[in-house]
Design a protein around this ligand. Structure first.
Ligand code: HEC
Length: 301
């Protein structure tokens, strides 16, 4: 009778403990998994920002520097060309007499003519050395997207996009849900970051978004009106898209998507193991407590 009373109190108490501990453990594990996913997304975001900085600070100046050096060399070449005499030097021939003087001057004239011919033939050539092509590789958005493309070959469930409402390159155009994210940034322009989850074809994904702002007048050189942009860029991209941006406008968002299924599955597994051990431990406690109560009850009639 005593044992029954004891169990009527003790079993619900143990069940309550198991439920509470289980609930807290599950919440903690899932929160950790989510934090882990967010951390992953942040690392990817920072990597992409680094690749953008690298492009701005190292690749673009390299191309400019190369052309600058060539321009200097060409200018010097032109100067040297201009300094080459066109007629024989009469002063040098002043001490030579008779036929010898004539042959000397003729010889000099022929040499100068040959030189002139050579100069005419190479006249336009130095400019051909100049690299006037537009290289998207020096554009930060292009570099980041391409670099992530290589990463995706190994991690196809991960995703990065410079999602833009009116992009220069159509592959950067914001899809419907991405437009919603961009518009949220446009509406509340103080928001520095936005985290959300969505169901993608590959399963549940978490996305981390940051606004892309036209934060420098230099952007307007290529994104304000087609006539201001480099002609070679227009040749490559046309003059219809990626223009009309204004200073301080939020025109898009960097969006990193990472899958959540794997960390969540790991958290669920860990939870199951913890619950199994706890249930075992509580079962043991119940057994020992029952034995103890039975012994005490028998020794005190
Ligand atoms: C030298 C010209 C040039 C300058 C300067 C420039 N961009 Fe771009 N930008 C481009 C080109 C070209 C592309 C398309 C690249 C590609 O093919 O992915 C582009 C693409 C982008 C994209 C991706 C969306 C799209 O339009 O395809 C963003 C975002 C962007 N630029 C933002 C900026 C910002 C912000 C600045 C100023 C800090 C800037 N750009 C300065 C030429 C430029």
């Amino acid at each position: 009778m005593k044992l029954l009373k004891f169990n009527l109190i003790f079993i619900p108490f143990l069940a309550l403990c198991l439920g509470t501990v289980g609930y807290i453990a599950r919440e903690m594990l899932l929160r950790d998994a989510r934090e882990h996913v967010i951390q992953n997304a942040r690392i990817i975001m920072e990597t992409m920002l680094s690749s953008r900085t690298y492009t701005t600070k190292q690749v673009a100046p390299l191309l400019q520097q190369k052309n600058f050096k060539l321009q200097t060399a060409i200018a010097e070449f032109r100067k040297t060309m201009a300094e080459i005499p066109k007629a024989p030097d009469l002063a040098a021939a002043k001490d030579i007499k008779g036929n010898a003087k004539k042959s000397f001057l003729l010889g000099q004239q022929q040499a100068l003519d040959a030189e002139q011919q050579f100069l005419v033939s190479v006249k336009g050539r130095p400019e051909e050395l100049l690299d006037n092509e537009f290289h998207p590789q020096s554009v930060p958005a292009f570099a980041a997207t391409e670099i992530f493309g290589y990463l995706r070959e190994k991690f196809p469930d991960y995703f990065y996009k410079e999602s833009t409402l009116n992009p220069t390159n159509p592959r950067n155009r914001a899809t419907d849900w991405e437009s919603d994210v961009v518009n949220q940034f446009r509406a509340g322009s103080t928001l520095a970051e936005f985290i959300g989850t969505r169901e993608a074809s590959t399963g549940t994904t978490l996305f981390l978004a940051r606004p892309i702002k036209v934060n420098n007048v230099s952007c307007l050189e290529c994104h304000s009106t087609p006539d201001k942009a480099p002609a070679e860029m227009i040749k490559l991209y046309g003059g219809d898209n990626g223009f009309g941006w204004k200073l301080d406008d939020v025109i898009g968002a960097q969006i990193v998507s990472v899958p959540v299924s794997v960390p969540v599955r790991m958290a669920e597994n860990a939870f199951r193991v913890i619950i199994a051990w706890l249930a075992g431990a509580f079962g043991g406690i119940l057994l020992v407590a029952n034995i103890a109560v039975a012994i005490v009850a028998r020794s005190r009639p």
